[in-house]
Design a protein around this ligand. Structure first.
Ligand code: GLN
Length: 547
């Protein structure tokens, strides 16, 4: 039967539970176990799809079209295990199901309560949609002590009681801060956080203590004594230069031995760490250095574009290059002069996915600059739509072309469509609801032969993930082509534009989908690989000009 590993967090938020969960999943997978990773989010939204990314970070989209927590992105990147809709559970989803059942009369007249009805539903979600998995890692969002997470922790306590120690494992991730004025690592916050868990009936089995640098044995003994754990189960997780070092760090600190010994697994499979070692070695010996400006609106938080950050990093390593990212707020690019001043020093420009009119003209200005100055440009989703607008606006009579996303227009070159096809089925736009109603998840595209994009993929049928409501308007394709755009990828029915390029430019590609969602350290995405390569070439030619 599947073993359940619960990851909780204490002391502060952002303590790194997502990276720890991903790293442990990777180590289990590299030991040849079948693993799933799930995120249990205590907030009341049904999913994070309608949440502002500058508050909650990126919305990660799965192949099967779920809008999920960005931690699922880490899970996929670290493990290559493709997440599903059923891997992200929120309180909202749980309550929605409980209330649906209540209205149907399925509770047969009983008073519907948090225990047992809500906790039963949580337990069902945790065990749902599993086949032959050896392990399911469940990360609980938030910090122990939050009101919202109480029903989740109660459900986990019940699972431990029902399934026993050999089928469940509690790992608590805490922070052990270093207080410089006292010149000491402080264990008290960790002690308090474990006490909080104990008050809820949960004794953690392993503690992962996040720390700036390794603390001494005395502090470890203190934690072991006060938190009622063996010394070996108190594991230090020192700060890392890259999140991708964490699997090896956890392994070296003996986390896997603790996990296997807890589950009484005697015959351990050998853990193949070579992939991580090779990746990190490359990371530490990068030759080149390029810079890219990401022109967007949610520029206050690189968390808003987590996958994009990571994809550029992966392809940088693939190309032996550091990629320095600068986040540029498009609202500041008010005219050509400012745009030039801000962007001229970069080797490449990227306009990522985005929503709304605010800042769109600044992005178009950045696109225009990249086009004219022949700077490598990648437009993703919104970035592609705006690149189409930038181009068509140079055609006489189309200067006012716009997207219906920005309000009424008589040249709706980008517009909302009512229906589209997937796997020979017609899917309709849900006009009434904002949540979960976009073109979401994996769709096939057919690439046009002898185009840059076909060269990049080295094939002409691809599958990529989508998350958008608007599309290039089919009625304007001829004018778009006339404006100098090569339309180089379409949906299988040829109705929806998936890829565009600009003629006579070293590297200018716009894609309607989100390639960043599928990049992993071991399988960097071909579009980003090619983009970074173009940046290196650009940088070298600039350097040559200077000399
Ligand atoms: N706002 C655009 C749309 O909804 C693009 C969305 C995106 O970039 N993800 O179509």
């Amino acid at each position: 039967m599947t073993k359940l590993i619960f990851i909780t967090g204490g002391v502060v938020s952002s303590v790194g539970k997502g990276i720890v969960s991903s790293s442990l999943a990777s180590l289990l997978k590299l030991s040849n176990y079948k693993v799933r990773i799930r995120k249990l989010d205590p907030y009341l939204n049904i999913d994070p799809g309608t949440m502002n990314p500058s508050q909650h970070g990126e919305v990660f989209v799965t192949d099967d079209g779920a809008e999920t927590d960005m931690d699922l992105g880490h899970y996929e990147r670290f493990t290559g295990i493709i997440s599903k809709k059923s891997d992200n559970i929120t309180s909202g989803k749980v309550y929605e199901e409980v209330l649906r059942k209540e209205r149907k009369g399925e509770y047969l007249g009983s008073t519907v309560q948090v225990i047992p009805h809500v906790t039963d539903e949580i337990k069902k979600f945790i065990k749902k949609d599993l086949k032959s998995e050896d392990f399911v890692i469940c990360e609980i969002g938030g910090t122990v002590g939050d009101i919202e997470s109480l029903p989740f922790l109660e459900a986990l306590r019940q699972l431990r009681n029902e399934l026993g120690k050999f089928k469940t494992l509690f790992i608590h991730v805490t922070l052990v801060p270093f207080i410089s004025s006292a010149n000491e690592f402080k264990t008290k916050p960790t002690q308090h956080s474990v006490k909080e868990l104990l008050g809820l009936g949960i004794q953690p089995d392993i503690l992962l203590c996040r720390t700036e640098s390794k603390f001494n044995n005395e502090s470890r003994q203190k934690i072991s004594l006060f938190c009622n754990l063996s010394l070996d189960s108190v594991i230090m997780v020192e700060n890392a230069k890259s999140i991708y070092e964490v699997p090896l760090k956890l392994f070296n600190e003996g986390a896997m031995e603790q996990i296997f010994s807890h589950f009484n697994i005697k015959k351990k499979n050998k853990i193949k760490l070579g992939l991580w070692e090779k990746f990190l070695k490359k990371f530490e010996n990068l030759k080149d250095e390029v810079s890219v400006a990401i022109v967007g609106k949610y520029t206050n938080l690189s968390e808003s574009y987590k996958s994009l950050n990571e994809a550029l990093f992966h392809s940088g390593i693939y190309n032996n290059s550091t990629v320095n990212i600068s986040w540029i707020d498009s609202r500041k690019l008010k005219n050509k002069k400012i745009t030039e001043k801000v962007l001229k020093l970069f080797d490449g420009i990227l306009v990522p996915g985005g929503f709304g009119k605010d800042g769109a003209e600044g992005k178009i200005s950045a696109i225009n600059f990249a086009k004219l100055k022949k700077i490598p440009f990648l437009g993703i989703c919104f970035g592609m739509q705006l690149a189409i607008l930038e181009s068509i606006r140079h055609v006489k009579g189309y200067e006012k072309s716009s997207s219906t996303e920005f309000g009424p227009t008589n040249k709706p070159v980008i517009s909302m469509i009512n229906e589209w096809q997937k796997d020979n089925k017609i899917l309709k736009q849900d006009m009434k609801n904002l949540g979960g109603s976009m073109r979401l998840g994996s769709y096939e595209s057919i690439l046009v032969k002898n185009t840059l994009i076909e060269k990049i993929y080295k094939k002409y049928k691809i599958n990529e993930r989508h998350r958008h409501r608007y599309e290039v308007n089919y009625n304007y394709l001829d004018v778009i082509k006339k404006s100098g755009v090569v339309l180089s990828g379409f949906s299988p029915d040829q109705k929806l534009v998936e890829v565009m390029e600009i003629k006579n430019h070293p590297w200018f590609v716009g894609v309607q989908f989100h390639p960043e969602l599928k990049s992993t350290p071991f399988k960097p995405h071909p579009i980003f690989n090619s983009f970074i390569k173009a940046l290196i070439i650009k940088k070298k030619s600039k350097d040559n000009e200077k000399n």
